[in-house]
Design a protein around this ligand. Structure first.
Ligand code: UD1
Length: 409
């Protein structure tokens, strides 16, 4: 694959920023919002809650003069876990919320105890009954809270509590906060809209409760996982891709591993050139919270390492059950063994085509990449997962020379 590809806005920033926009009675204009199924679901949710929304050409205009509904119904939450961000936003705005409990998902059980712990620390009275989180407070009061979880920091809990704390009286200090670029992006957005958040990007975030008070125009950061996926595509297919509109700084751990495996990466401020012509070699990948190697990139790396000579390993430390792409890759001839949280991958000369079934968003991307490198025609089913997180994926791949088309089931 060869050519230029432009990266879309970050899904994992856009979703909480749209939810956080509920806090304000002022007008919000968001740029670089990717047109994804998950974004459409979040729009459906904020409209239900009371926002007026216009969304076209990656610009989202939103205004919420009045909250009409204080709940997030099951029918919407079941489609997208990130719906839980309206809990923090509704608490900041109006001290009450009722949010359907998100279920587990294909990548394993995904508890929300840290979100609840954070809300309770702010004085929120929470009870969980009949599948809903019922949250209420007379007034949110700023407080110190440690959000360390059993697997490390939590992106979702950090963001949710940070959003809620903007509506509290007094200061909140979140320790063991997640440092992911998306957390920083939400904090930056809150500051532009008149809040006072500091320490984002470190493990201690301080929020001075104040509420937000300004009209705001804000552009979300580029999607580092989409950029990383195209970088892997370049190395996997032995091609060269110029990836623009991205932020290589957010991808340091991924690019380091790509280089270690034989790819060559030229990093600029807002673009990078990835060349996969060279000799490949086996590597060991250890998944960890930012700035470590992102869990959202391990499936794509598994597709790459499946054809790299020698024995590679991937240790997944954040989600259980996140190696579902492995069995599908094995159906293409990959030699992979799963030992607990570690995948051992013995590179084969070439993958062969197969009928494949996608199981979650990043696994889907991994299978598409594997299909591009395999001999013959690969068919990936259940690609609706891809539409949750990659904007115009097959169009972008086609423009780089991939022979790929979407067919209805
Ligand atoms: C976000 C991303 C997801 C990414 C993940 C880790 C969004 C919409 N999704 O998910 O793409 O894979 O970060 O980078 O931004 N945990 C608890 N209790 C909690 C919350 C989390 O134990 O209350 C655990 C989780 O089970 C997991 C770990 O903490 O083991 C990290 O999860 P977290 O960072 O919260 O992931 P999400 O925010 O759900």
């Amino acid at each position: 694959m060869h050519g230029n590809v432009r990266i879309s806005g970050a899904k994992n920033s856009a979703l909480p920023i749209i939810a956080a926009s509920l806090v304000s009675t002022k007008k919000v204009i968001l740029e670089n919002i990717p047109d994804l199924v998950d974004v459409r679901t979040m729009i459906e949710l904020v409209e239900y809650i009371g926002s007026e929304v216009e969304f076209s050409h990656n610009t989202l205009k939103m205004h919420t003069p009045k909250i009409k509904n204080f709940d997030a119904p099951y029918d919407i939450v079941r489609k997208m876990r990130a719906s839980y961000y309206v809990l923090g936003a509704l608490m900041a705005r109006s001290n009450q919320a009722k949010v359907s409990l998100p279920g587990g998902c294909a990548i394993g059980p995904r508890p929300i105890d840290l979100h609840i712990k954070g809300m309770k620390a702010l004085g929120v009275d929470i009870n969980v009954s009949e599948g809903f989180i019922n949250a209420k407070a007379k007034k949110l009061i700023g407080h110190d809270v440690n959000l360390q979880g059993p697997k490390g920091t939590s992106v979702g809990a950090t963001i949710n509590v940070m959003i809620a704390a903007t509506g509290a009286k007094g200061d909140t200090v979140i320790s063991s906060a997640a440092c992911e670029p998306e957390v920083v992006d939400v904090a930056d957005f809150l500051n532009v809209s008149g809040c006072h958040v500091s320490g984002q990007g470190t493990h201690t975030i301080v929020i001075k409760g104040s509420g937000s008070a300004k009209d705001v125009e804000y552009a979300v950061i580029p999607d580092r996982i989409e950029a990383g996926t195209f970088a892997v595509a370049a190395v996997l297919t032995g091609g060269s891709i110029n990836i623009t509109g991205c932020c290589p700084e957010h991808l340091a751990s991924v690019l380091d591993k790509l280089e270690e495996s034989g790819g060559r990466v030229t990093r600029k401020k807002n673009s990078m050139f990835v060349n996969g012509h060279g000799r490949k070699q086996a590597i060991n990948v250890y998944v960890a919270p930012f700035p470590g190697f992102p869990t959202d990139m391990q499936a794509q790396f598994m597709a790459l390492l499946a054809t790299v000579p020698g024995t590679s390993t991937i240790k997944e430390t954040i989600f259980e059950n996140r190696f579902m792409q492995a069995v599908e890759l094995m159906r293409m001839g990959a030699d992979i063994t799963i030992e607990g949280d570690t995948a051992v991958i013995n590179g084969v000369r070439q993958l062969s085509s197969a009928y494949l079934m996608a199981s979650d968003l990043r696994a889907s991307a991994s299978l598409v990449l594997a299909g591009l490198a395999a001999k013959g025609e690969t068919i990936v089913r259940r690609i609706y997962h891809l539409d949750r997180g990659y904007e115009k994926f097959e169009e972008k791949l086609r423009s780089l020379g991939a022979r790929i088309e979407r067919q209805s089931e």
